[in-house]
Every structure is written in structure tokens, then in C-alpha cells.
Design a protein around this ligand. Structure first.
Ligand code: FES
Length: 175
């Protein structure tokens, strides 16, 4: 993958007036998440999961708010959010089709399935269809190598995946 160069000095973060971490959310994090961890930094992952669960993705403004709350650098939040492919740092489609591309799935024909979905939805991995319905991702190992090839579709894992099976899933989600 080519390096992405961003104009950091002039980049504008889209902002909204209403915070992503409202006072109720912050109270909940204080009561339910922080006590589980020895350091505030350790609470970063569960909080990012919560933000993504709430908004579907992790907006840059939310990253700053998380950094303020945890008293860490915004760059630490961004590093974490961009390191894991499961975190979305851009808006995603209504449904996410995430196909494993690691070694076992590669050996069991994942590429044919990815190519089929690319052609059917007319998008590349990490793109979203124009109607906002589907996002296609290529992920690393989903921890189910013995049932390769496999994929996560929204929150459900699909094992021993075939082109017929992924077509049926897309048909169902398109209705
Ligand atoms: S390689 Fe695909 S689940 Fe492990």
C-alpha cells in the first residue's frame, strides 16, 4: 500500500457544536470503564469501541474529545484508531462486508470472493457504495482459520464462505 501524505499543517477538522462525548457518556465512562483499568490510557480501546458503536465511525473531533477525557495526546488516539482496521475513521455504509485476507483464507480462495464482491458492488476494498449501503473491507485474520475463507458481515461471522453464500447475504441485505 502506498504511503498517504496528509497536509497536516493546513488540515481542517470538521467540527460540530454538540460534543460527541456528552456529559452522560463521560459519566458512564467514569463509572463503568475507568475503574476497570490501572491507567487512563488503558481505557482507550473500550472507549473507541463505544464511540464507534454509537456513531458508526470515529470522527476526528471525537478523537480529540477522547484524548481530553483520558488526558492523553490526540495523536495517541489517532494512532490507535488508525492502526486497527476494525476501527472506522471515515463514515461507513449501512452494512460492512469485511473479508479476511490472511494466509489461511488466502489459501482457501478469499481473492475470488473479494473480486466477486468488488465487481458486484462496483467498489474497491475500503470504499463505500454510492448509495451508502455497503462498505467492503479486507481484514487480517478473524481468528477462525479452520473455517476459511471467512468474513464478518456487520457483527456476524460467516465461515466456509463461497460466492453463492456471499451473494445470498448481499441479496438479503439489499432488500
Ligand atoms: S486467516 Fe482468515 S480467519 Fe485466520
Amino acid at each position: 500500500m502506498a504511503w498517504t501524505v496528509k497536509p497536516s499543517a493546513t488540515m481542517q477538522i470538521p467540527r460540530r457544536e454538540e460534543p460527541y462525548l456528552c456529559s452522560q457518556t463521560i459519566e458512564r465512562y467514569r463509572a463503568e470503564i475507568l475503574p476497570r483499568y490501572e491507567t487512563r490510557l488503558a481505557a482507550l480501546m473500550p472507549i473507541l469501541h463505544d464511540v464507534q458503536h454509537t456513531y458508526g465511525w470515529i470522527p476526528p473531533q471525537a478523537m480529540e474529545e477522547v484524548a481530553d477525557f483520558l488526558d492523553i495526546d490526540a495523536s495517541q488516539v489517532m494512532d490507535t484508531a488508525t492502526f486497527y482496521e476494525e476501527f472506522h475513521t471515515r463514515p461507513i455504509g449501512e452494512h460492512v462486508i469485511a473479508i479476511c485476507q490472511s494466509i489461511a483464507c488466502e489459501a482457501c480462495g478469499h481473492q475470488a470472493i473479494i473480486d466477486h464482491v468488488r465487481n458486484r458492488l462496483d467498489i474497491e476494498p475500503h470504499e463505500t457504495t454510492k448509495d451508502g449501503r455497503f462498505t467492503l473491507l479486507a481484514l487480517e485474520c478473524l481468528g477462525s482459520c479452520d473455517t476459511a475463507p471467512c468474513a464478518l458481515v456487520d457483527d456476524d461471522r460467516h465461515d466456509d464462505l463461497t460466492i453463492t453464500a456471499i451473494d445470498k447475504i448481499i441479496d438479503r441485505l439489499s432488500r
